[in-house]
Design a protein around this ligand. Sequence first.
Ligand SMILES: NC(=O)c1ccc[n+]([C@@H]2O[C@H](COP(=O)([O-])OP(=O)(O)OC[C@H]3O[C@@H](n4cnc5c(N)ncnc54)[C@H](OP(=O)(O)O)[C@@H]3O)[C@@H](O)[C@H]2O)c1
Length: 340
Amino acid sequence: MNEVISTTKRVAVVGATGYAGAELTAILARHRGVELVGLYSSSGGASAPVTPSAPTLVAQPFTLEALLDQSPDVTFLATPNEVSATLAPQLLDHGIQVIDLSGAFRLGEAALYPAWYGFAHERPALLDEAVYGLTEWCNGELKSARLVANPGCYPTSILLALRPLTYVIDRDQPVICDSKSGVSGAGKKSDSAWSFAELYGNFKAYGVGHHRHEPEIRQGLRLGDRAPLVFVPHLLPTFRGILSTMHVAFVRPMTSEEVAAAYARAYANAPLVRVLPAGELPELKNVVNTPRCDIGYTLIQGGRRAVIVSVIDNLLKGAASQAVQNFNRMCGFAETEALT
Ligand SMILES: NC(=O)c1ccc[n+]([C@@H]2O[C@H](COP(=O)([O-])OP(=O)(O)OC[C@H]3O[C@@H](n4cnc5c(N)ncnc54)[C@H](OP(=O)(O)O)[C@@H]3O)[C@@H](O)[C@H]2O)c1
């Protein structure tokens, strides 16, 4: 039976014409507790339909004044990192809750931003306040959040798969995360290296040792500075989807039953995470265009090591649908409202 929705939130989206923002807008447009009061793209752009499939959803050139005129309760930022870093504090100062899809508020330490993101944080206190919105690992904190830092797409796929097992992962041995993403991970405005002409019939690794998601993964796994993490992102010749393969060693031999029990404890009440039986590995095609994460694992070497595979849609569980999951929890709607 459908839940009765008695409250409505006034919601705005900045960056509504981007890959993530368009998905987000489409989800919010069917959300029964949302009144979409403003859709914006870059201030240089003209008014433009957010997606061809919904010609009535039109984004306006962004100005802070235009957004404030609409008095949104919540604003989603699906904007580049630097834009979010500037805009989120301004919106918070006007009493507007913010869910930011960029990396501007994901890292707890301001000192990491110049090296990994190329800018210094002007409001580092907000890094302490921001709730890292890996939804399944949030408890009550989303309910009182003013600012949610929506996780990165690669970190979402990796952290959902590894967090339930961190208690038994051997931190003296490398945690290897080998991730492959469809091209939409780079957004609309990317250079020729990300164009389909370059990627079709091709497959390549990139960003090894300097991808922005590396400190986020390290932070999310509580690995500290020194424990060995090897993160290797790759580009798949597909439009959307991420498949991450993780190689971990355990501090003691594990059985399939123990691993299954750890996942069951973590995700018993998680409607959008599906853990497959031992030895069954997930496939991209089963999650693309869904808000779900699928996880599978195989124990090797007598249970002393495991290969764990997770799949998500980078634009949904890796961005837009997770942002709406967080919004749903924040505002007291059913977690899967507008998502399933
Ligand atoms: N793509 C993914 O898989 C993914 C996953 C997780 C998180 N994210 C994060 O989500 C954010 C958006 O990513 P995306 O891939 O959707 O990027 P995108 O396709 O390049 O879209 C960026 C959006 O931001 C708007 N924008 C740019 N500068 C602006 C400004 N100064 N004021 C207002 N709007 C501005 C753009 O408008 P115009 O088009 O008019 O310039 C566009 O709507 C990024 O921070 C990204 O890191 C993306």
